[in-house]
Design a binder for this molecule. Sequence first.
Ligand code: MGD
Ligand code: MGD
Ligand code: SF4
Ligand code: MO
Length: 756
Amino acid sequence: MYNFTSEIIFIKMSASRRQFIKISALGLGGFAASASALNMFGSSSYLDELVLENVAKKLNLYPTYCEVCFWKCAAWTHADEDGNIQKIIGNEKDPHCYGRLCPRGTGGVGMYNDPDRLKKPLIRTVVDGEQTFREASWDEALNLIASKFKTIKEKHGAESLALLKHGSPGKHLEHLFKAYGSDTIAEPAYAQCRGAREAGFALTYGSWVGSPEPTDIRDTKCLVLIGSHIGENMHNSQVQEMSDAIDNGATIITVDPRFSTAASKSKHWLAIKPATDIALLLAWMNVIIEEDLYDKEYVNKYTTGFDKLKKHVLNYTPEWAYGITTIKPSLIRKTAREIAFAAPSAIIHPGRHVSWYGDDTQRARAVAILNALLGSWGRRGGFYFKESIKIPKYPSPKYPEPKWTWREIGEKYPLAQMGITTEVIKASLPNPENKYPVKAWMVAGTNLTKSIPNKELLEKAIEALDFLVVLDTMPMDVTGYADVVLPECTYLERFDGIRAATNREPSIAVRVPAVKPKYDSKPGWWVAKQIGERLGLGEYFKYDDYKEVIDWQLKQIGTSLDEMNKIGVKHFPRKSGPLYLEDGENHVFPTASGKIELYSKELKSLGFSPLPEYTSHPEPPQGFYRLNYGRAPMHTFSRTANNPNLSDLMEENKLWVNPKVARILGLKKDQEVWLKNQDNVTSTFPIKVRVTERVRWDSVYMVHGFGHDNKKLSKAYGKGINDTQLITKIMEDPIMGGTGMRGNFVEILTNNPYNS
Ligand SMILES: Nc1nc2c(c(=O)[nH]1)N[C@H]1C(S)=C(S)[C@@H](COP(=O)(O)OP(=O)(O)OC[C@H]3O[C@@H](n4cnc5c(=O)[nH]c(N)nc54)[C@H](O)[C@@H]3O)O[C@H]1N2
Ligand SMILES: Nc1nc2c(c(=O)[nH]1)N[C@H]1C(S)=C(S)[C@@H](COP(=O)(O)OP(=O)(O)OC[C@H]3O[C@@H](n4cnc5c(=O)[nH]c(N)nc54)[C@H](O)[C@@H]3O)O[C@H]1N2
Ligand code: SF4
Ligand SMILES: [Mo]
């Protein structure tokens, strides 16, 4: 069953002080204390089922919102009287899920049941000359963290403590860090995800796209997906709205070098050559302008710079784009006309994970401009005007003013609007010329070794840190680098902040624990408060339980925790005006000119191209293939690979290979191969081959998030390849610091490279 003997393997980090430890505690305490009649047999055993089926128990319902991904669907957790979670069901009134969770949300109960969970705080120690973790009490772990934080603040200033975070726990720690004087905060959901999109749209429309995207998919007549693979990208209400739109006869056009699930539902699949999308976008603009298909009234009334744009795209004909994209001119014209005929009920989807080739802000600008030509922003079936309700902040003192923040660290990138993870990592490297030296990290809810490429740089930075504490629910790879590991309880076992995302109409959802925290795990808010109090910041944490904070906030907006416990989701009326532009209205956009800026003076003044230009990118050399990656409907990044419910649905990723390539290399279905990239990095594990016409011959494809190398992840260990390991070449976006990750090329090795 569960093996507690120390199976410590060290990854070579020569003369390293902080060796990578495959998490392995010395003690037995956590498990013994928690073994229940059910989980002793493992969470999905036949015996469990018998027990569950034959003992009819009353179920209690607790409101929550899902943490398996960041769409934050509201749901009801069903728990029996003994505190076993039976199921999680979507909240009918929730605009994020319309009453239905995706497979991952339903499988969220596996996060709670996973027997591999972190069970007790762990502290790095040395036994017989070898580094390992020992179990510790919360008091000891928290005291150690507080004393390290104090020392670092005294020596280097609070600014040198960085918080790298993602998801709900991050919010609580952000409060702690700001109270302590540090705004050195970053998350991979910016520079490695949607940052470039937000910069591109902010430059054009004056506002971010945000999450959930305000795409009016349910009423659209034409949805264009550019490398946005909705359906595999399982963002819930988007998928449901897309399915309804298809039933209602909407045209779907998918631009993707791979035949994605969305492509299979599309009228047109444009199998574009990777890295050439800007050329297609410019050619579409060329057709729409030259053939007078744009929304003249909208363009005249709401945009600036049209004449410059018209001149700019004059020569970017479909014939020009054909040579670059490999998409036939007739198909470029035909699709441009179809999109324009559907306008303004047409959406060129802004995408979400857009950190591809380093010119991503410019590509996002091209998407934004194209939407403006179609008049789709602020129109039914295009983009609606989103709204959310503001949640009042729980009373606490003002934060001190840090001397420098994430902004200064990322100052090279003039339009960065959030912390750039990779710049924080660089600022942590030992370098006397470093103006903003980072000395310690707290990592919460982000598995850096899978979400941030260039592992060598990451390991160098970690090696140089004075202190690293990781708060996670699972013994993920990143925990192996920590000095202290803190076990957070899962979202099903804790209170968190109120969800108040933007949507067609404002709504809120709450997260309430359905069961007590398993093992010796604790909620993120509690961890933040405990560290805060030890740092003398008690004034910032004046509550005993986070539910007091939520209840206070709910009362300020006319509801209460009692009411929310009964309804889970509450809607509020819109206050900002109608969903769409109205006739006769004179809408002012929040840009400098008050108009949609087709031509960007701001970019010009910063020395960037004011109109999007196509730039060519390197092609894979002979014998190499472009490494492409994406999502699978039943997994979220690396966080679900060990989930017992979800790994049952898909336990490893496969390498999609075109039959032509399989023929040349003599590859067979399910044959194991290794990959080696352009910088001679070889994958730790092999991957099985999937031969399919659905991928172009110049690329290979895999689902992101596999290839875990911590043995304590008993289901995920060694299953498939970690795409991030092979991403060593980064194409930085000079405008906002995004991490372009799609410029890496791999060779396929059929012989085990470790058998030599
Ligand atoms: N190669 C490559 N890199 C990528 C991407 C890619 O597709 N390919 N995608 C990029 C994108 S779009 C994004 S948004 C980022 C995502 O990057 P991350 O957010 O780092 O993604 P995960 O791999 O899910 O890591 C989440 C970590 O949070 C932990 N966790 C889960 N629930 C909780 C909780 O309740 N509390 C705490 N404390 N921890 C929890 C998990 O165990 C896991 O260790 O990655 C980016 N990086
Ligand atoms: N099931 C599931 N759903 C998720 C997530 C998850 O982990 N699991 N994560 C969520 C998050 S945080 C994000 S950011 C989104 C990400 O999801 P999206 O933003 O939809 O997509 P990407 O991951 O950027 O892109 C993947 C697609 O881009 C295609 N592609 C690769 N190169 C090119 C190119 O040069 N041009 C074009 N046109 N296409 C290309 C790939 O073949 C693939 O189909 O998904 C979200 N939804
Ligand atoms: S889309 Fe799925 S995983 Fe994401 S929050 Fe909703 S139910 Fe959870
Ligand atoms: Mo993302």
